[in-house]
Design a protein around this ligand. Structure first.
Ligand SMILES: [Zn+2]
Length: 492
């Protein structure tokens, strides 16, 4: 597998530090607000990368922090007459709920900055001992001049960077580029005890301390949005390598930013578009498809239209999964009743209208060959710096082959089952399991109602049967009558 590294600015063969274990750290949100749709992109990228490495057989540890102490949290707390801890707890919980809805699972560790104060103090102490930091009043600053390689990630010269740097009011640092590791508490601010008096950590030191704690020096992949390269990631490198004197991270992985079509999308909502709002209006699979439809390093257009298009793609894909399940005859979604008088019990899909069993061995072989070719292309795309856009295209390609073969009556049950199984693996890597799940998981009560409805019909109690159909529809399912029985189809 080849992965682009923003430090060396090239794709390099990815070999993890430990032979069978991939270690990843992604910068998570600062929790002072509902997460913006832009914050969802690194979350999706990190979770899909984790799934991909797992599909290659690696064990993966993904750490994604939550910044729960920050100026913006403190300001919001003052504004609302609450404590900073209350504000942070509320929005950390909202972040977990909103990202849970994506159905991608969670990172393995989601450390909170405020729960790692002693680790942070420990790292600052190391930096002071090594001469990379100094105390100024009740603050501690990193001494940028003490770290010769400063600027190596963002490819900037320190002399040039100095022009843009400012010293803010109340800061007592020696040079404009120096940055706070520890901030002495101002009256009324949340504070923790430290060797330098009560205060709180700077933002950058938090990520160095927590990534080193959970993954150790020289871990495999550090990721986040491109906008974090400078100063955040530059500072993380200075801190970690200044303290430990060895390479901090093997690969730097940065995702591109979102271009929101302002007039189309955010005008009516102000300038903030939250993940929650998007997921209230669109299926998570559609949003994931939008993200994966662009290479993670590219900037991407994001609009209502793009989402709607993705929704249609996802629907078509879901239908192919349903049709394949029907043809395979093994899906839990497709049930055939034994209670319809005169109907013989047959597997779903074998409704007597499809030319089952007449498929020529040759066409089956050629379909499976096409699937194998596309699968190989899918694997190659993912191995080429996680080219999910190309991988998605192969998945949609297989779906088209399946559709054509189904329409032509060329798929026997075994081939349909095999195609479906291969597609399930692909959608799993891409985090689109819900598309394949379709209605594999019909709730028991829905299945029971459908069964009861069938019995009502058998004894010609059509009023009760219609009632049940309505109730089933309210649960988001539709009962379709097919020759020999019925099937249950999820409608939302
Ligand atoms: Zn960070």
């Amino acid at each position: 597998m080849r992965l682009y590294d923003s430090m060396s600015q090239e794709k390099r063969e990815f070999v993890p530090r430990d032979p069978d274990h991939v270690t990843m750290y992604f910068c998570g949100p600062t929790v002072y607000n509902l997460v913006h749709i832009g914050n969802a992109r690194p979350f999706v990228v990190s979770m899909v990368a984790k799934r991909y490495f797992e599909s290659l057989g690696y064990r993966v540890t993904l750490v994604e922090n939550i910044t729960d102490i920050d100026d913006r949290i403190i300001l919001k707390a003052i504004d609302q007459g609450r404590t900073a801890a209350e504000v942070a707890a509320e929005f950390a919980q909202a972040y977990r709920e909103d990202t849970d809805r994506l159905g991608l699972g969670r990172p393995d560790v989601e450390p909170l900055a405020t729960e790692h104060i002693s680790d942070i103090i420990g790292l600052i102490t190391e930096l002071l001992e090594r001469g990379h930091a100094y105390q100024a009043g009740s603050d501690v600053y990193f001494d940028v001049d003490s770290f010769e390689e400063y600027g190596k990630l963002s490819k900037q010269q320190v002399t040039e960077m100095r022009h843009g740097a400012r010293v803010a009011m109340g800061e007592d640092k020696h040079a404009p580029l120096d940055f706070a590791l520890w901030k002495g508490a101002k009256p009324g601010e949340p504070a923790w005890d430290s060797p330098w008096g009560p205060g709180r950590p700077g933002w950058h030191i938090e990520c160095s301390a927590m990534s080193l704690k959970y993954l150790g020096q020289g871990f495999d992949i550090h990721g986040g949005g491109r906008d974090l390269i400078f100063p955040h990631h530059e500072n993380e490198i200075a801190q970690a390598e200044g303290a430990r004197e060895s390479q901090f991270v093997r690969f730097w992985m940065h995702n591109g930013m979102l271009n929101l079509s302002q007039e189309k999308m955010s005008k009516s909502l102000g300038n903030i578009l939250t993940l929650r709002e998007v997921l209230d209006q669109h299926r998570p699979e559609a949003l994931i498809t939008v993200f994966l439809g662009s290479h993670y390093r590219s900037p991407m257009e994001f609009s209502e239209e793009v989402l709607r298009e993705a929704e249609q793609q996802v629907d078509r894909l879901r239908n192919v999964f349903l049709e394949l399940a029907d043809r395979a005859g093994s899906a839990a979604s497709a049930r055939v009743s034994a209670f319809q008088p005169g109907a013989e019990v047959r597997p779903a899909g074998a409704d007597g209208t499809t030319p089952e069993g007449v498929t020529a061995a040759g066409s089956t072989a050629s379909i499976l060959q096409k699937v194998a070719t596309r699968q190989e292309a899918f694997a190659d795309a993912m191995a080429d710096d996680l080219n999910t856009a190309a991988a998605l295209a192969e998945l949609f390609g297989i779906a088209r082959e399946a559709n054509a073969a189904l329409a032509a009556g060329e798929l026997d049950a075994d081939t349909a089952a095999q195609m479906r199984a291969e597609m399930v693996k692909m959608v799993h890597v891409l985090g689109l399991d819900a598309v394949a799940g379709g209605n594999d998981h019909v709730p028991d009560e829905v299945a029971a109602m459908a069964e009861e409805r069938q019995q009502c019909r058998a004894r010609r109690d059509f009023a009760r049967a219609d009632e049940l159909r309505t109730t089933i529809a309210q649960c988001g399912y539709e009962v379709r009558d097919v020759p020999g029985g019925y099937k249950i189809v999820r409608t939302r």
